[in-house]
Unconditional design. Structure first.
Length: 209
């Protein structure tokens, strides 16, 4: 079968899970944005100082350790995918995966809202340039890994709990391949964050300080 057909069928079969987890992700982003207004001033001031320091360092040190940034970014996102894969092998992992998706959305929402609150238009521009490029890949990667995890957990529920006659091995193989592809997506996102995003920021940050 053509790959395009297989992808389309997979998305159609798991449409409800995609809609559900997308909603959870959006709710997490909204919750994170709201939390900024509840952050005490004594906690926000160190974050503002750190943000200003980052602006200055980025301007003065164009040779920031890209390999370190690459590793940190990939390690964080790869860990999410691997944990999703492991939780998908269990029946009880479903609520944990949902919470993980919500948490990632919350962090993203908080980051963007905090930058906008503290630096107004400058913060919004910075958040778009610093956060958006890699997240165009990271967010779909999060959804792919989490949907695959919940989908395979459901296969196990149907097999073990409801005693359905299901061949688990083909599902497991497809599940593992999908998570491996997601790891590749996260690697590309890390490359964007480590090499492309800083290059863009170096052009813009001097005008924002």
């Amino acid at each position: 079968m053509p790959l395009k057909y297989l992808i389309g069928r997979y998305i159609k079969e798991n449409a409800f899970i995609y809609y559900f987890l997308t909603l959870i992700l959006v709710l997490g982003i909204a919750f994170g944005a709201v939390m900024v207004n509840r952050l005490p001033s004594q906690h926000s001031e160190p974050l503002v100082d750190e943000l200003q320091f980052y602006f200055e360092v980025l301007e003065e040190r164009p040779d920031l350790e890209r390999q370190e940034l690459l590793w940190q970014s990939f390690n964080s996102n790869a860990r999410f995918v691997i944990i999703c894969w492991l939780l998908g092998l269990t029946i009880i992992g479903i609520p944990i995966v949902v919470f993980m998706v919500f948490s990632r959305g919350m962090v993203l929402g908080f980051s963007v809202a905090f930058l906008f609150e503290q630096a107004s238009l400058r913060g919004l521009v910075f958040s778009i340039l610093a956060i958006l490029p890699q997240n165009l890949l990271v967010l779909p990667g999060i959804l792919i890994a989490s949907v695959a995890s919940l989908s395979f957990s459901w296969v196990l529920i149907m097999k073990v709990v409801k005693n359905k006659n299901i061949q688990v091995l083909p599902h497991f193989r497809n599940y593992s391949v999908l998570c491996a592809v997601t790891l590749l997506i996260m690697l590309i996102a890390a490359l964007v964050e480590a090499y492309i995003t800083p290059a863009i920021l170096r052009l813009i940050v001097p005008m924002m300080i």
